[in-house]
Every structure is written in structure tokens, then in C-alpha cells.
Design a binder for this molecule. Structure first.
Ligand code: NA7
Length: 538
């Protein structure tokens, strides 16, 4: 292990969060280093390079707002940018703000240990580097640690296995028999593209999801001329809105309209893409009856879009409110389902018995496979942080602590882990919002906190148990005033004893921001600010 480099902060991850965090800390006069596992910057947009990978929030909204010149100069080519374009944008940001000189690529943070006497973290990497830092900032992403799926016999397979988040750029699926698992936001994008290349594609679905058409289209050359004067106001609207979008829900309840008016409004919302359907009425995510109108509408759409009635039946979600699982966006998923070379297996009706060397065998048949694709999701919100051996005060391990239930104060700080910030941690609204809007807020709040600590001469901050517990209870209460917890989804974290913890904060980006501001203005209510032991001994 080399001698530890002394810095103010170590930032883990070079995605949207890590890049802006580095830039902001430099602006505020801190020394910082980013450590990134990938061979390039981009985070989610570096790793998720599967065919069809595309953002499902319009790019003019899913982009940084912190720099007016960047905003004025960057041109998006489509309403929903595809992965290569978003990656180019993030690479451009890294270059534009001269970030690369403080980013170590292909380096994995393996451990971090809090030294209570010094009030500092000792962070180590797989390359033998060590960092002695006052702050540890985990910008590791909420959906970045792939989950190993439970598919019997997968280890027998002799063909290529591709995970959506670890795609092999050289993979050639033309003329191949492909078996695909997973029909979440990712799987729905993959299937739409792979269906065109594969000889035969068999999709193994466990839970059908609702999907709305993206309504993607090229942006006209001069779109920015019209947008720029309104950008500041729209960005501000996003910051104070429930979901971090330019537009909030349309007023009124679905129950108040008659069937004809409701159909008309839902149809209009359906055509607006991802940011549409769930915004058609303001009570869709709160009221079961209202929700059922939108869900029935979406079910009728599936019946219209999918020609084969048996496939349509399997693809139709039941048993949970629409929107309580992430609403997916589709470009050509239902179209793919109409192709003769695409088969759909519902693994609840037809369980997988085993994967063999060259096939997937169910209790009803055998499906040939040259390639298996896994779009089977992530260990959401906590996985990437638990992957690091983090020891806080008194040697407490984050893995053990979160095995008893993911918890964090404001989603930003964890009791027992002083001077550690979790960008987009559990209890933050990030994954239920336009995540870039949440990230900017988190980054700015953390930087302001560090500046205030420096000004106050108090180098250590830690959330109190009471504040953290109260926040998680509040988050739980707010979640349970909505329909979100009615579904089994990756929003729910699991404790060792099987208890479910709803992880994202559902109270809205705007309300959350106001709360964070209030806490900072009140001298970081719910945190203890203090000197180090060494300072006290002097
Ligand atoms: P998701 O949304 O967690 O989807 C994973 C999918 O994989 C989901 O349909 C799972 O079914 C399915 N899955 C997992 N294991 C299996 C097995 N063994 N057999 C069949 N199907 C399986 O992850 P995504 O990557 O699609 O999206 C994550 C987020 O990234 C997304 O919401 C956006 O915010 C961006 P299940 O539903 O668990 O029954």
C-alpha cells in the first residue's frame, strides 16, 4: 500500500453525481479526488451500453443546470437521448471543467475506515492507493450494482451471457438464438432492439410491467433558441416540483370526470410519453379508484398493440397499481412482441427448470440459446455502497448496519459514519425523480455543509440516531400515504428478517429541498457538529 494522499475529500464514482461533486468542491476551495471503477467517466451511462439504452426523461430536463454556458452550448439531437449521446455529454462535461486530472479510472475503492481520533477517513483501492481524507462522498449511483438473478443451472450455460449493465460492445446477436430474462425498464428497451437482430428471441418474463410509448423524436436544430429564454424558469420549476420535471400533474381527480372526458384526457397523456400518463390527474398515485382508470386504460392499449391474444394476456399487468412499480417507456417493445421470431414465456406459469449448455428448459419446453441476456436489475440504493467495506465509528460496518434495514438521514448521511455523505442514498427522492435534479441538490447541499463546517471550525459532522430514525419514519409514513408500497418493486429494501423498507423519499423533490434548506439554516438540525479528539486534547 502506497503512502496515503492527504485531501479534503474522496469522491467514489464519476457519473452525474461524482463529476458535479468534484467541480463544486473545487469551486469551493477544497481538494478532492474521484475514484472510478470504469475505464471512462459516465457512471450509469458508461456501463449501460446495451442495444436500445436510452433515457426515459427528456434530455433537456435530464441534464445539468448548474452552468448556463454549458446549457446554452450543448445540443441534444433527440427528445430522449440514447446512451452514446448522454455518455458524450458527460465526457464533454469532464473535459470542459478540466475534471479528468483529478479522476482515477479503473480503480475500485475496496475499503474505508474512520479514524475517530483524527476525524478522518483512510480509504484504500484495489490498485494499492490510499487516501487520508476528511470527507468520504459516495457518488456510487442508486442503480449500479447488478443483482445476480436466481436462474437455476445458469452456470451450465456454454454460450455467451450478457448482463445489460456489463454489455460486451463486440457482442453480435445476428442470426443467434437468444434467451432474455427481465422485463423492467431495461429489458423492455433491450427486447425492442435485439428482436430485430436475433434469429429467435425468447423473453422470460416474471412480472409484467406497464409501459407507455416514449414518443421520441429528433429535436429541431433551433430548439434551443426557443427554449433558452425559458430555461431558467423551467429549471426552477423542476427544482420545486414533486418529481423534478418541468411539468407537474394536471389538476383534478380521475373520479371527477365522466368516462368520455377521462378517456380523452388519458389518451392525451398517453401520447405525452413517460412524463405523461401518471400526470394525467393529480391523484393517480394516491387514490386506488383513480389509479384503476389509468391502469385499465393502459391494459386496453396493450390489447390494441399486441396482436397475439395469448402474448397480450401475459403482458398485461394485474395486482398492483400503475406507477407503483417504475413505469416503463417503450420504443418498439410491443412491436417486437408482434414478430414471429419472438416468443414470450411467463416464468410464473412455466417455470425454468434448468439452463443447460445450449438451452433454457422449462417445465413445458426447451428453448435453444446461443446467448443469454440478463436484464435482471440492481441491488438498488444500497448495493454499490455495501460493496465497499466501510467501517465507521467503533468499527461499525455499513453492510451489517444496512442488513438490518437501509437507513440514512435525508438520504445523505448515516449515523455511526461521520463525515460520510451518500449522494442518492436511501431516504432521498432521487430514484423517484428526475435524478439529475436530485443529484444537483444533493451535491450543492453537501458542498454548502462542508463550507459551513470549515467556516465554523468544526471538522466533524454526524447524523443523530433520533433524527435519522425520525426521517426514515417520516419517509415510511409519506410512502404509505401513496399507492407505491402496494407493489413488490426494487423501491423496497429488505432487512435480514424479511421486513420491507420503502427506500425512496416520496414527499417530492421540492418539499425535500425545502426541508434540507431548513435543516442547514437551523445549524444542521439533527446532526452533531464537533471538533476531533485531537483538537480537544490540544
Ligand atoms: P428492474 O426494473 O429491477 O427489472 C429487472 C427485471 O428482471 C424484472 O422484470 C424482474 O422481474 C426480472 N427478473 C429478475 N430475476 C428474474 C428471473 N429469475 N427470471 C425472470 N425475470 C427475472 O431493473 P431494470 O434494469 O430494468 O431497471 C432499473 C431501473 O433503471 C429502472 O427502473 C430505471 O429507473 C432505470 P420481477 O419484477 O422482479 O418479478
Amino acid at each position: 500500500m502506497s503512502e496515503a494522499r492527504t485531501l479534503d475529500a474522496l469522491i467514489v464514482g464519476a457519473g452525474f453525481a461524482g463529476l458535479y461533486m468534484l467541480h463544486k468542491l473545487r469551486q469551493d476551495g477544497f481538494t478532492a479526488q474521484v475514484v472510478e471503477k470504469g475505464s471512462g467517466v459516465g457512471g450509469t451511462w458508461f456501463w449501460n451500453r446495451y442495444p436500445g439504452a436510452r433515457c426515459d426523461i427528456p434530455s433537456i430536463e435530464y441534464s445539468y443546470s448548474f452552468d448556463a454556458e454549458l446549457e446554452a452550448e450543448w445540443r441534444w439531437s433527440e427528445r430522449y437521448a440514447a446512451q452514446p449521446e448522454i455518455l458524450r455529454y458527460l465526457e464533454h462535461v469532464a473535459e470542459r471543467f478540466d475534471l479528468m486530472r483529478d479522476i482515477a479510472l479503473e480503480t475500485l475503492v475496496t475499503s474505508a475506515r474512520w479514524d475517530e481520533g483524527k476525524g478522518r477517513w483512510l480509504v484504500e483501492t484495489d490498485g494499492g492507493d490510499a487516501f487520508d481524507v476528511q470527507f468520504l462522498i459516495l457518488a456510487t449511483g442508486a442503480l449500479s450494482e447488478p443483482k445476480q438473478p436466481d436462474i437455476p443451472g445458469l452456470e451450465n450455460f456454454e454460450g455467451q451471457v450478457l448482463h445489460s449493465a456489463m454489455w460486451d460492445d463486440g457482442a453480435d446477436l445476428a442470426g443467434k438464438n437468444v434467451c432474455h430474462f427481465g422485463t423492467g425498464s431495461t429489458g423492455i428497451q433491450v427486447v425492442g432492439e435485439v428482436a430485430k437482430a436475433a434469429k429467435q428471441l425468447t423473453v422470460f418474463q416474471r412480472t409484467p410491467n406497464f409501459a407507455v410509448p416514449a414518443g421520441n423524436h429528433p429535436l429541431p436544430e433551433d430548439y434551443l433558441e426557443d427554449l433558452l429564454p425559458r430555461y431558467p424558469e423551467l429549471r426552477e420549476r423542476a427544482r420545486t416540483s414533486p418529481l423534478g420535471w418541468f411539468h407537474g400533474a394536471w389538476e383534478g381527480s380521475a373520479k371527477a370526470d365522466d368516462a368520455e372526458a377521462r378517456e380523452e384526457r388519458l389518451e392525451k397523456a398517453w401520447k405525452a410519453g413517460t412524463t405523461g400518463l401518471l400526470q394525467a390527474y393529480e391523484d393517480l398515485l394516491f387514490d386506488e379508484e383513480s389509479n384503476s382508470y389509468a391502469a385499465d386504460f393502459a391494459r386496453r392499449k396493450i390489447a390494441e398493440l399486441v396482436d397475439n391474444p395469448e402474448k397480450a394476456r401475459k403482458l398485461t399487468p394485474h395486482g398492483y397499481p400503475i406507477g407503483s412499480r417504475r413505469l416503463c417507456t417503450e420504443v418498439n417493445f410491443y412491436e417486437a412482441m408482434n414478430r414471429d421470431n419472438v416468443a414470450l414465456v411467463d416464468v410464473r406459469e412455466e417455470p425454468v427448470v434448468t439452463v443447460t449448455a445450449h438451452s433454457v428448459r422449462t417445465d413445458k419446453g426447451e428453448y435453444p440459446a446461443d446467448v443469454i441476456i440478463l436484464a435482471t436489475g440492481f441491488d438498488a440504493c444500497v448495493g454499490a455502497i455495501k460493496a465497499i467495506d466501510i467501517r465507521g465509528r467503533d468499527g461499525r460496518s455499513i453492510r451489517d448496519e444496512w442488513d438490518n434495514g437501509p437507513r440514512a438521514y435525508l438520504g445523505l448521511a448515516v449515523e455511526g459514519f461521520p463525515n460520510m455523505f451518500t449522494i442518492t442514498g436511501p431516504g432521498s427522492p432521487s430514484v423517484l425523480s428526475n435524478v439529475v435534479v436530485s443529484i444537483e441538490q444533493h451535491v450543492e447541499w453537501v458542498a454548502r455543509c462542508m463550507v459551513d463546517m470549515r467556516d465554523a471550525g468544526q471538522p466533524v459532522i454526524e447524523a443523530t440516531t433520533e433524527a435519522e430514525t425520525a426521517w426514515m419514519e417520516h419517509a415510511h409514513e409519506v410512502a404509505h400515504s401513496t399507492l407505491f408500497p402496494r407493489a413488490n418493486s426494487w423501491y423496497q429494501g429488505q432487512t435480514k428478517d424479511g421486513r420491507q423498507v420503502f427506500m425512496p423519499y416520496v414527499g417530492g423533490v421540492g418539499a425535500y429541498r425545502a426541508k434540507c434548506e431548513e435543516i442547514a439554516a437551523n445549524g444542521y438540525e439533527g446532526f452533531v457538529l464537533r471538533g476531533t479528539d485531537e483538537m480537544q486534547q490540544k
